[in-house]
Design a protein around this ligand. Structure first.
Ligand SMILES: C[S@@+](CC[C@H](N)C(=O)[O-])C[C@H]1O[C@@H](n2cnc3c(N)ncnc32)[C@H](O)[C@@H]1O
Length: 391
């Protein structure tokens, strides 16, 4: 860590340890919330480069503009299914603004009728990211297409609610099954270090969670419980009168997420492109994430009348939208073979299963009021008509 990071991290540690001295051990969710979103020293609040080569991790939208351009194709189809009128696109957690830029660039180039009618609303918690977004998106702001709002201030709307790697950044509670009882992992501060301790559940909804997703926790196992994702999906689907919720994130259906062999959960931290499972180091200077329970999101949205029209790995989703055809087209535009190869390697990150983003990332598309559409993203791989060895 550099000097500024060390100073900020020391200040945050001191604040959290003081809080624990005053109140006793805090839930892991509170600890994670302070590490990521403390108003002054939180990982997402302070001024730093988080996303991309100079930061701590890549996101698909930071890898290549093709990710956003392909998502734009799905958005165009949703707009057509909704009658081609005024359309609101809400993106929460827009990071550097890459996805918004690529979607709006694609609409401006390829579907100007939609570009002229779209209102793109960004909900962004980090002041630093908001500044970066304003800079990157200046041309579309000047064209009157983008505005920023608070989640609580978002009125009911029709269109599409979009996120990429938002839900995995919500603070999670940690729960373990010990002696046949669910226990919560609390964070204490003892002799200059954060330590974990067990306590009875701090919120009855933590026990309800395992019943809701019909997946009991196995003795000795640990799991993250993302209650914030439950509340979030409930509110999103209440605000969206007609249209789609598109969620892209690391995660699994409940049976896979809470499988007996997954003994220690999925908590992962990222610092300078190194991953670790230790949330108590680099306090406030590393990202902390937990895989998303997509079954939970489906169940909550179903209560508000939303149907899952697509759920699958990112690679399938992108292939359905024309990834291979675009890869071949973009490669053909490169006259220098070395640059063509570099492009191929970059783009393959979006679909590769091991070490890439193709399989661990899932895409969930839920709609209300659109019937049972035949979606572009659901085009089967067998229908693509290009053999992978041609690429
Ligand atoms: C991992 S980054 C993903 C960035 C971006 N979607 C991308 O594809 O590069 C998470 C983003 O969500 C933002 N964020 C986290 N919690 C949020 C919340 N509750 N409301 C709005 N933004 C939030 C962070 O500040 C950050 O911009």
């Amino acid at each position: 860590m550099n000097d500024i990071e060390t100073e900020e991290s020391t200040a945050l540690k001191a604040e959290i340890s003081q809080l624990i001295e005053q109140q006793g051990p805090i839930s892991f969710a509170r600890y994670m919330e302070l590490c990521l979103y403390h108003p002054e020293y939180g990982y997402y609040t302070s001024s730093r480069t988080r996303i991309g080569k100079q930061g701590d991790f890549f996101t698909s939208s930071s890898v290549h503009s093709l990710f956003g351009r392909l998502i734009a194709r799905q958005i165009v189809q949703l707009w057509q299914l909704m009658g081609e009128g005024p359309f609101t696109l809400v993106e929460q957690g827009a990071g550097e603004g890459f996805l918004c830029l690529d979607i709006l660039d694609a609409l401006a180039d390829e579907t100007p009728e939609l570009y002229a009618q779209v209102e793109y609303r960004i909900i962004e918690l980090s002041p630093d990211h908001r500044n970066r977004q304003r800079e990157r998106l200046a041309a579309h702001v000047a064209a009157g297409r983008i505005n920023w709002c608070e989640f609580s201030g978002l009125e009911t709307f029709s269109g599409c609610f979009l996120t990429n790697e938002l839900v995995d950044a919500f603070p999670v509670h940690l729960v373990e099954k010990q002696d046949n009882r669910l226990q919560e992992v609390m964070v204490n501060y003892v002799e200059g270090a954060f330590v974990e301790e067990f306590a009875p559940l701090s919120d009855p909804r933590l026990a309800d969670y395992f019943q809701l997703v019909q997946q009991p926790l196995v003795e000795g196992n640990r799991a993250e419980v993302n209650l914030a994702s439950l509340d979030w999906m409930e509110q999103v689907t209440q605000k969206l009168e007609r249209g789609a919720v598109l969620t892209v994130d690391y995660g699994y259906p409940a049976a896979e997420l809470l499988a007996p062999w997954r003994r220690t959960g999925t908590l992962l931290c990222y610092h300078r492109h190194q991953s670790s499972d230790n949330p108590y180091q680099h306090v406030g200077c590393q990202d902390i994430t937990a895989h998303v329970n997509f079954s939970l999101l489906e169940k909550v949205a179903a209560k508000q009348g939303f149907a899952t029209v697509y759920f699958g790995e990112q690679y399938r989703f992108l292939m359905g939208l024309g990834f291979l055809e675009e890869l071949i087209r973009l490669q053909a535009l490169e006259s220098d073979p070395k640059r063509a190869q570099a492009l191929r390697m970059t783009l393959k990150n979006l679909i590769l299963p091991d070490g890439g983003m193709g399989e661990s990332f899932k895409v969930l598309l839920q709609t209300k009021g659109l019937g049972e559409p035949e979606l572009l993203c659901a085009r089967p791989i067998s229908a693509i008509g290009i053999l992978p060895d041609m690429v």
